[in-house]
Design a protein around this ligand. Structure first.
Ligand SMILES: [Mg+2]
Length: 153
């Protein structure tokens, strides 16, 4: 999906990397709206990938249920290594924690979700946008006019 950014270069995002705990799921729960948004994004041909430290041991079950890919990354460095599987120029990432810095650094566009599990303040310098929820973050890729509005100069 091409995202036009007024007064700046347009960007193309084809892959969305998600963190699991504290981002896709809150206290272990994924909302019905989030599941619906993931389905819609796949219909728009976005590739959706979970890169997770899997602290709850349920990442594979979630990836299977949502029909998305899972890569394990138990540290920020391991997440950075997993990001080498993707083209940085067309990849966006969504996360909340210090472990996600390795993901954010290797993304064209980085989004933090400030939800119930919190965000780590060290991630602030690595993200482009902060939104209140994972639903809001995913909606930005379906309603790209809103995304353009936030990114415009
Ligand atoms: Mg997290």
């Amino acid at each position: 999906m091409i995202i036009e950014i007024p007064n700046s270069n347009s960007i193309e995002i084809n892959t969305i990397i998600l963190d699991l705990n504290g981002t896709l799921s809150i206290n272990g729960i994924i909302s019905a709206e989030t599941k619906s948004l993931i389905k819609q994004l796949k219909k728009f041909n976005y590739k959706i990938v979970l890169i997770s430290g899997d602290i709850r041991g349920n990442a594979q079950n979630i990836a299977t249920e949502l029909e998305i890919d899972l890569l394990l990354g138990k540290t920020s460095e391991e997440k950075a290594v997993q990001m080498q599987n993707f083209d940085k120029n067309t990849t966006a990432s969504i996360g909340n924690a210090r472990i996600d810095i390795g993901t954010f650094k290797n993304s064209k566009l980085s989004i933090a979700t400030l939800q119930a599990e919190g965000i780590h303040t060290q991630i602030l310098k690595y993200v482009d946008i902060i939104v209140p929820s994972i639903e809001n973050a995913l909606q930005l890729f379906l309603n790209t006019k809103s995304l353009s509005g936030t990114l415009r100069k």
